[in-house]
Design a protein around this ligand. Structure first.
Ligand code: KG4
Ligand code: ZN
Length: 350
């Protein structure tokens, strides 16, 4: 039964409404994502109340479509999984309330999943041959963490950000460069044709032996660079070069912390990058180089849709959370509990 367990995942933590049907934690039978990001382009960011209203409009059609695409009815589901946090409260309430009602109506177990554990499981989608220990760089708009993992849902957080998240560094940099929301994809598109060696940015925490992150200094450097250049009309060439140099500085910082963590955990077999920023091609190239140097397999989510928020990763996380409950008895700390603890009370893990 567990082997073939089919879970309906629901993810509504921000401005994506997503539902997916995933079998055995790996096999995606459908994944529907409806995003309200385009509504916020002219506003430069998400308005929480509007995002929640959009969630309410989309949630039932999205779930219906996910079942239809998977060619199943609700009777064929074994469980429902939903993101319970962190995220925008109004958006989360739409997902959790819907999941509760459906679980009661359809008489299915309801599994609650931490959003971060979802991202950490996004590399299992379409790959079942992963070897542990795995070092995972989890980089999104809300967090930047490094996890050393001994099973799908067990591990310890070995590094985290001391200020902004990596996605925020991209988004705030994009705002300074006058690029539209969401900034990460726009900045990386502009950077593609630029010279990343044209401008020098600081290399944060380069003498710090803990693999933590810090992005606020990079953002401040960009701000001052643009202020100093503001007298001259900023030519397109300079803008692309600045975008490329800034992107390089973010990726170099991420890469240097990964290298440090790999030195700390030399038994690591695989390096995974997950979260919205794992869509970045410059970061992927850098991770591939690091993997080759350190002799570890490098993976990122098999589709761009699984890098940013999606329900398939939530269904996958729920499956392994459920399946590996047994392994708690063998002494592993489950990520589901320890990460929540760590995320709510970061100092307790130091
Ligand atoms: O995981 P995600 O969809 O949502 C959160 O949980 O935060 O990540 C969104 C973040 C945003 O900051 C976005 O700008 C960034 O991921 N992002 C990128 C790229 N695509 C998305 N950053 C850099 N390059 C990209 N190609
Ligand atoms: Zn996310």
């Amino acid at each position: 039964m567990l082997q073939r367990m089919r879970i309906l995942g629901i993810e509504t933590s921000c401005d994506e409404t997503s539902a997916a049907v995933v079998r055995s934690g790996h096999e995606v039978q459908s994944c529907v994502i409806s995003s309200s990001k385009h509504d916020f382009v002219s506003l430069g960011g998400v308005i929480p109340e509007d995002a929640a209203r959009k969630q309410l409009e989309s949630i039932l059609p999205v779930i219906e479509l996910a079942l239809k695409k998977a060619s199943i009815t609700c009777d064929q589901l074994d469980a429902i999984a939903v993101t319970y946090g962190p995220g925008l409260l109004g958006s989360l309430l739409v997902g959790t309330s819907t999941a509760r009602v459906l679980a009661a109506l359809w008489k299915k177990p309801l599994l609650a999943v931490h959003h971060t554990l979802g991202h950490l499981c996004s590399t299992w989608l379409a790959s079942s041959d992963v070897q542990f220990p795995v070092l995972t760089l989890s980089v999104s708009g809300g967090h930047s963490d490094l996890w050393y993992r001994t099973s799908h849902t067990s591990g310890i957080r070995v590094g985290t950000t001391r200020d902004d998240a990596a996605g925020e560094a991209f988004d705030k940099g994009a705002v300074l460069l006058g690029l539209p929301y969401p900034g990460g994809p726009a900045l990386s598109k502009l950077a593609a044709s630029g010279d990343e060696t044209a401008y020098e940015f600081p290399n944060p925490l380069s003498h710090d032996k803990k693999p933590d992150f810090s992005f606020s200094g990079l953002k401040t450097s960009l701000k001052y660079l643009l202020r100093d250049l503001s007298d001259k009309a900023l030519e397109d060439k300079a803008r692309t070069d600045i975008a490329a140099s800034y992107q390089f500085a973010i990726c170099r910082h991420l890469g240097s912390r990964v290298t440090l963590a790999l030195d700390m955990y030399p038994d690591t077999k695989e390096l995974h990058i997950v979260g919205g920023v794992s869509a970045n091609t410059r970061l992927r190239t850098m991770a591939t180089e690091i993997g080759a140097r350190s002799n570890v397999v490098v993976r990122w989510p098999s589709s761009l849709a699984y890098c940013t928020d999606n329900a398939a990763m939530i269904a996958s996380a729920a499956y392994f959370q459920h399946a590996e409950k047994k392994s708690e008895q063998s002494g592993f700390r489950t990520l589901a509990t320890s990460s929540l603890e760590a995320l709510l009370h970061p100092t307790k893990t130091e």
